[in-house]
Design a protein around this ligand. Structure first.
Ligand SMILES: NC(=O)c1ccc[n+]([C@@H]2O[C@H](COP(=O)([O-])OP(=O)(O)OC[C@H]3O[C@@H](n4cnc5c(N)ncnc54)[C@H](O)[C@@H]3O)[C@@H](O)[C@H]2O)c1
Length: 327
């Protein structure tokens, strides 16, 4: 099977590509390798994929529709698209909202148009986000809950992706599934996310900023569980009457206090954090918690990595990647 993975040099795209290659698939990875965070980390992920014979890499911006359509025309055998390329990050969306509209809205439209051009396409799987639940206070967040009150432009673009996908699915019968990921962490993770930022500062004896005075809860999801969920869903395109479009949560189904998460990082790093408590940040939400009943029922998905195991794995990788020796 030929699978097109966008954002293949990104955190989740890299791991999904690895898993597909391990299963014997042919993977075409697309990534623009932008400098939102350390490009060397993206290149290191890409190079690990390129070391495998069934992987092809295309450095391209998904917004460039001519290039993307040329890619689909040249690869009519693509039967699955896993679309993960996006401008990620809630906080940065207050600084550069245009980057989000470009990659996440225009780019998403280009991907949908690409789907129309690939005759044998069986499934379009794309990344949404738990951030679509906005300021909802009913926990856990269920796919049945309203998602009309995004509290950041990032969240608004992810909700737009779901709406656009639904309309394309309805109009052109494209089987599509959106996945609302909940705070993903693990080896090869993102330097702009909490786990990485905290660990980097703890290692450098610098204070870490903890927002909302530490009163935050997150459904932290280990990367292997996310990959397992993506691949399970990818194998079962929606069908039936109406638009073949579905949305699922993929989370750990366990909302953890941020301070416990930090405690596990300290333990694995063998160092105490200096904590600088700060008020809530605009665009942020106090708690996330995934109701995964739908994906459990339809795909038998069960997350299997508590943060007690996932955090030490992340810290081990971090130290190895950055050449940090520990006692
Ligand atoms: N990591 C999480 O906790 C999380 C949570 C919810 C949703 N998501 C979503 O999952 C997807 C993957 O996230 P990630 O954590 O791997 O992020 P990431 O930033 O590590 O990966 C995204 C990749 O897409 C590439 N990219 C960005 N814009 C592009 C464009 N216009 N054209 C081509 N490539 C482009 C980037 O260079 C990057 O390598 C994203 O859609 C993100 O919004 C992630």
């Amino acid at each position: 099977m030929t699978v097109l993975v966008t954002g293949a040099a990104g955190f989740i795209g890299y791991h999904v590509s690895e898993a597909l290659l391990a299963r014997g698939e042919h993977v075409i990875g697309v990534d623009v390798l932008n400098d939102y965070y350390d490009v060397n980390l993206k290149k290191a992920r890409r190079d690990r994929l390129l070391a495998q014979p069934n992987f092809e890499f295309v450095q391209e911006d998904i917004v460039n529709r001519d290039a993307m359509f040329a890619l689909s025309d040249a690869n009519p055998d693509v039967s699955l698209i896993i679309h993960l390329a996006a401008q990620a990050g809630v906080r940065y969306s207050l600084e550069d909202p245009f980057a989000y509209i470009e990659s996440n809205v225009i780019g998403h439209l280009v991907m949908l148009e690409m789907c129309r051009r690939i005759e044998g396409l069986e499934h379009f799987v794309y990344a949404s986000s738990s951030s679509v639940y906005g300021g909802n206070t009913k926990l856990p967040f269920s796919v049945e809950d309203p998602t009309d009150t995004p509290v950041s432009i990032y969240a608004a673009t992810k909700k737009a992706d779901e709406l656009m996908s639904h309309s394309y699915s309805h109009l052109f019968g494209i089987p599509a599934t959106g996945l609302r990921f909940f705070t993903v962490y693990g080896p090869w993770g993102r330097p702009d996310m909490a786990a990485y930022i905290f660990l980097r500062k703890i290692m450098a004896n610098k204070p870490i900023s903890v927002f909302n005075n530490g009163d935050m809860m997150r459904d932290f999801t280990y990367i292997d569980d996310i990959v397992k969920g993506i691949l399970a869903v990818a194998g079962g395109p929606p069908s039936g009457d109406g638009a073949p479009h579905r949305v699922y949560n993929i989370g750990n189904n366990n909302s953890e206090p941020l301070m416990r998460f930090i405690g596990l990082i300290e333990e694995a790093a063998g160092k105490k954090a200096k904590i600088d408590f700060k008020p809530m940040q605009p665009g942020d939400v106090r708690a996330t918690y995934a109701d995964i009943t739908a994906i459990q029922k339809d795909f038998g998905f069960e997350p299997s990595t508590p943060i007690d195991n996932g955090i030490p794995n992340f810290v081990d990788w971090y130290c190895e990647y950055h050449g940090i020796g520990r006692n």
